[in-house]
Every structure is written in C-alpha cells, then in structure tokens.
Design a protein around this ligand. Structure first.
Ligand SMILES: *[C@@H]1O[C@H](CO)[C@@H](O)[C@H](O)[C@H]1NC(C)=O
Ligand SMILES: *[C@@H]1O[C@H](CO)[C@@H](O)[C@H](O)[C@H]1NC(C)=O
Ligand SMILES: *[C@@H]1O[C@H](CO)[C@@H](O)[C@H](O)[C@H]1NC(C)=O
Ligand SMILES: *[C@@H]1O[C@H](CO)[C@@H](O)[C@H](O)[C@H]1NC(C)=O
Ligand SMILES: *[C@@H]1O[C@H](CO)[C@@H](O)[C@H](O)[C@H]1NC(C)=O
Length: 396
C-alpha cells in the first residue's frame, strides 16, 4: 500500500491528499506495532526474571503446541506476585496482556491462597538468581508440571526412579519440601532446584509429605492449576508398620507399635493423631485435594501392584502424563532375594537400579490382633477412598 501511494504520484489533488493520509496512517500503524513488539519483548525479559512460571509461557509459544497437548499448562502464578509484590510494578501493562484462556485465568486465587509471607528481594538479586534460567543448549529450569505428592512408604521413590528413565521426563533427585516446609523461600528458589528441561520434557518432583499437608493442594493449585498430581498408595496397615519400622531404625527407644497406635487398646480406640496412623486415612486427605483438583487430574498408583507388575503401573503413569509408553517390561527384572523389582541397565543409567538399601527392610512383628483392629479401623476410609477414586485397591 505504501509502495503504491509512493509510485502513483500522478492524480488529482484530492486523491493525492487521500493517498498521503493513507500513507501516514499505515506508517503510524507500523510504528504502533513496532512499539508493542518492543514492549512485549521487555515483558518477556521481565518474565524471564522469574515473576511468572516459564513453563506456562513456553506453552504459549507457537512452537510448543506439542507441549500444550502433552503436558499441563500452568497458571500465571498469583503466588509469585504475592511473594514479590514490588516486582510486578515495573511491568504495568502486563496485566492486560495476560492470556485468559483455559487454565490461565485465576482471578479468585488470591482470596483462596490466604496470607502469604512476603520476602522482598532486590532486582539485582533476582537477576542474579535467574541468570541462567534459559540456556538454549541446556534447556531451562521450569517449575514442575507433575508432582508425586505421596504417600510416605507407599513407593514414591520407586515411581520416581522408574519414571525418570523416560527421555521425556526429568526429575529432581531429592525432596524439595517446597509446599510444606520451604514455602517461604519462594518460587524462584523452587525453580532453581529443578533440572534443566527442553520444551518436550516434563519436570517432575516428589515430596511424600505433600499429600497430608493441609496447605499443599491450595498452594500447588495456585502455582499451576493444571498440575498433574500422582499419589502412590498402599495398604494403610502395612504402610503404618513400614513407617514405624523406619522410625524405629532411627530411634530405637520409641514405644512399641501397639502403644503408639492405640489410645486405649482394650477399647480398640485408635490414636488418629499419630502420624503413622493418620497418613493412611487417605479419604480424608483426598477430600482436601479434590477441593482444588478434579479427580481426572490425579493419578493413583497401587504400591502393591508397583511391586508385582511395575511395567503395568508405569504404563498407566506414562498414559496419565501424556507421554509415550517407553518404560515397559524390558526395563525391569525381579530380584528374588530382595523381593523387589529392579531397573535394568539402560543408556540413561550405568548401573542396574534396585530400590535403596532401606527399602524392603523386614518389618517388625506385630500381633495379628493389632493388625485386625487396624484393618477394621481403616475399612470405612478405604471404602470411601475406592469409591472416590473409582478403583479397588483390594486392601481387605
Ligand atoms: C470471585 O469470587 C466472587 C465472590 O467470592 C464471585 O462473586 C465471583 O464470581 C468470582 N469470580 C470468578 C471469576 O470466579
Ligand atoms: C549473569 O550473566 C551475565 C551475562 O552472561 C554475567 O556477566 C554475570 O556475571 C552473570 N551473573 C552471575 C551471578 O553469574
Ligand atoms: C550459567 O550457565 C553456564 C553454562 O552455560 C555455566 O558455565 C555458568 O556457570 C552458569 N552460571 C550460573 C550463575 O549458574
Ligand atoms: C479403656 O477402655 C476401657 C473399656 O472401654 C475402660 O474401662 C478403661 O477405663 C479405658 N482406659 C483408659 C485409660 O481410658
Ligand atoms: C538382589 O538383591 C540382593 C540383596 O539386596 C543383592 O545383594 C543382589 O546383588 C541383587 N541382585 C541383583 C541381580 O540385582
């Protein structure tokens, strides 16, 4: 259009005026576009400093359609804004441009999120902290799109070790305890712990205490409402005994299992304030999660089947994460001495990996009567749990 108005200079005066006007109009449009591009670019830099969840931003990129389908989109983080309130002000127009498509809008989150302690930081510190969040060659650190939230002694370590064999999954090796103990440290801290990933990869972490942490569902939801939540569950009675066995190995002086499990043994009154008992009341904890996440966004792994049929359980997890079924029977062998499946040697691991030394240690002997009483105690919770999840774990 500009070209035409420039070349066709011959014509009547009014026409020339119209053309000149058109030319100026086009020019101003281009200028506006350029300015917006620049502002948007700046915005990206701001985001790069970690005010918002990068994994969400990446989902937005045209080239990342694959990721959008494969992995959950995240919300722009309200928590991040609350943690660093002053950090948002340099991007005053950011709010208007924030996408509000499904999975992104979270206007009412702040009311739900409750009070969040602010930890002011200087811009310099933040820049330093996020210096390396994007290195094209190595991928970038992203907030997780899937979390193994529990349960303790359920087999979470095994699931993490098995799933990280998948080339599209990168996992944190240790437990960050962000949504329970370290929440004050902020999302930048959390992100800095994550392994580098490419667009096609899913970042995953596991912290088994999240499942029984009151604040965890709401905090995770605020960070990423599309989070995929994985829960590894196991017969609550065996879980409690396993939990006690672990504690006993560290503190040999603690009272017997029976003493801790019951408030009044003869009355069969179970002490639900004891953590080893409380964790196994899955239905109660699950209720809190379902206030935020739809059941379809949660996946429940049977800790028992994970041992008898690891490939089967891993297949379901891979389906849930929307990744190809790469981990199959070929990856496992069963160590009869240990009674546990092990991972075979792969390109990703130099040694065959079995569960750690502490896993599968022999449980303390507990009277059958005590076990029966606990089983009775858990039955209603188990039944409610099966109904909610729509899956029979056969713990009876
Ligand atoms: C936010 O919450 C208020 C009341 O708490 C409600 O009236 C409003 O519809 C909510 N908005 C959204 C977008 O959910
Ligand atoms: C951050 O990156 C810049 C440029 O790459 C570099 O000059 C600076 O030293 C880096 N800061 C830190 C803390 O590494
Ligand atoms: C940033 O990444 C480069 C590798 O690309 C590394 O050499 C450097 O130490 C990193 N800097 C920081 C501050 O992590
Ligand atoms: C335990 O329960 C029994 C039977 O209900 C009762 O007689 C006894 O007083 C209770 N003991 C304690 C310490 O509460
Ligand atoms: C099986 O487990 C036992 C006991 O932990 C260990 O000593 C042995 O090396 C394992 N065997 C294989 C083939 O992994």
């Amino acid at each position: 259009m500009a070209y035409r108005s420039l070349t066709s200079r011959v014509g009547s005066a009014p026409h020339r005026l119209t053309r000149r006007f058109l030319f100026i109009f086009t020019l101003s449009l281009s200028c506006t576009y350029l300015c917006y591009s620049l502002i948007f670019c700046c915005d990206h830099i701001m985001e790069g400093r970690g005010y918002e969840d990068r994994s969400c931003l990446l989902v937005q990129d045209a080239g990342s359609k694959k990721l959008l389908q494969k992995s959950p989109a995240c919300t722009l983080s309200v928590l991040a804004k609350e943690i660093q309130p002053q950090a948002i002000s340099p991007a005053p127009e950011g709010k208007e441009r924030r996408p509000s498509e499904e999975g992104w809008s979270n206007q009412n989150l702040s009311t739900r999120a409750g009070p969040v302690r602010t930890t002011p930081k200087t811009t310099d510190q933040e820049l330093k902290f996020n210096n390396n969040t994007t290195t094209p060659k190595l991928g970038s650190k992203r907030l997780p799109q899937a979390i193994i939230v529990g349960v303790k002694k359920g087999g979470t370590r095994a699931v993490l070790e098995f799933i990280r064999v998948h080339p599209d999954v990168r996992a944190m090796g240790t437990e960050p305890h962000f949504f329970d103990r370290n929440f004050d440290k902020g999302l930048d801290w959390y992100r800095s712990l994550m392994p580098r990933t490419f667009d096609s990869q899913i970042t995953i972490e596991k912290t088994p205490s999240y499942f029984v942490t009151r604040e965890a569902p709401q905090r995770i939801f605020s960070m990423c409402r599309k989070m995929k939540v994985i829960v590894v569950v196991r017969n609550p009675v065996t879980r409690a005994i396993s939990d006690y066995t672990q504690t006993l190995s560290k503190k040999p002086d603690i009272p017997s299992f029976e003493e801790l499990a019951f408030r009044n043994r003869s009355a069969g009154l179970v002490d639900t304030s004891w953590n080893a008992v409380r964790i196994g009341m899955y239905a109660l904890h699950l209720d809190l999660w379902l206030q935020y996440f739809p059941i379809s966004q949660m996946h429940f792994v049977s800790g028992e089947r994970l041992i008898t049929d690891p490939a089967g359980e891993m297949g379901k997890i891979q389906d849930f994460l929307g990744i190809k079924r790469v981990i199959t029977d070929k990856h496992f062998y069963f160590n009869k001495t240990k009674g546990f499946p092990c991972l075979k040697k792969t390109e990703n691991s130099f040694l065959p990996r079995c569960l750690g030394k502490s896993k599968g240690r022999t449980h303390v002997q507990i009277e059958q009567e005590v076990i029966d009483d606990l089983r009775d105690f858990y039955r209603p919770y188990n039944i409610k749990f099966y109904e909610t999840v729509g899956q029979d774990f056969r713990w009876e």
